[in-house]
Design a protein around this ligand. Sequence first.
Ligand SMILES: C[S@@+](CC[C@H](N)C(=O)[O-])C[C@H]1O[C@@H](n2cnc3c(N)ncnc32)[C@H](O)[C@@H]1O
Length: 407
Amino acid sequence: MQYSNDASLTDSALLQRFQALDGFLLEHRSLWTPKPFTQLELPWEKDLPELAAWLRQRTIEDADAVHNSPELLQAPAPFPDIAARAAELSLIDALPARPLGKLPNQLTVDVPGRKWQQIEAFASSLSFAQPPRQWLDWCAGKGHLGRLLARDGKPLLSLDFDLALVQEGQRLSDRLHLDATHRQQDVLAPGTGVHLNGEHTAIALHACGDLHVRLLQQASQRGCRQLAIAPCCYNRIDGETYSPLSHAARSAKLSLSKEDLRLPLIETVTAGARVRRQRDASMARRLAFDLLQRTIRGSNDYLSVPPVPPTWLAKPFADYCRELAALKGIEVPAATDWAALEAAGWQRLAEVRNLELVRGLFRRPMELWLLLDRALFLAEQGYSVSLGSFCPPQTTPRNLLLLAERT
Ligand SMILES: C[S@@+](CC[C@H](N)C(=O)[O-])C[C@H]1O[C@@H](n2cnc3c(N)ncnc32)[C@H](O)[C@@H]1O
């Protein structure tokens, strides 16, 4: 998707998509806000009983089979129509990629396989009209991405607040004789802006919520010539509600809570079978405990419980529930039918997973809404902007990249 702030047509395409997504998310808010994990019955089920009943009779395996592409599910109306609209509004092109050529072994040896794939894909998707002059790697960790880019001989400034990562990054850059400075810096601290200037191409791979938002603000204020940002963890923000960046989002009707911002992140394409089994067992137990606590307390409210170590899964089910109950100061009746309760937990997990598929339809639209808010903000600040995916979702589900260049 290419947008430019100096061409009114593409400008309006940017805005049009944002407004269409805004309307879509707003119209269907009742479908994506309530969480099946914490509510026994969702308010929308009364309005759509056929869809709800159909979803509730499916198995965990049925749900898992379409988890990553819920739009493919042939469910009763209005699911298919909503799914088609969600897919249409989420359509986004892959950014054009250029091969990086043969890379020195020393660049890659210290980087885990999937991380390296992300880094290579990010670097090969950077197509700016003007060649970069200096690199600024924001929340860089050890600075692997910046190092890959700085092999072009341009200076690199790499910022991160973790001293051990900064020191290791400096060591790795020195080993390659790069013109690189790795600096320990809390990017949220006042005065971080002094490190940014108009010569910089600022890059950020998976800087969470407030961290990449701060880069957008600082880089545009300090006049950085180019930016490349692949955001993640939109919910890692200081406030309880999302603060829109662009004029369009500030005047939009949709407002998002911190909890809402978790929706784009619910995606487990990368988890292996063993991890999934363990996660299922843990969730089934939590859901069973939830049924138990509702009965004991005579309340239909979800009770949040603290995370427990995975070793708790090895405990007999009854002990697990009793100890969790003790943590919450709840007394468990002696006559509890543990086998029935455990089975009810698994049944609830199957229902939760399938009902979640409805929310799943809105993951990508919300992520794109958030990305477009960032894109519109940069366009307002005088950048020409392009937005696309830089790798397949199997490499990372957070695969959207925002490129911006001062016009
Ligand atoms: C998900 S990692 C991404 C690292 C690197 N960009 C990559 O893709 O490998 C996020 C990084 O942000 C850094 N970080 C977190 N909070 C920060 C802050 N307030 N200031 C600077 N760096 C921060 C962490 O130390 C971590 O290295």
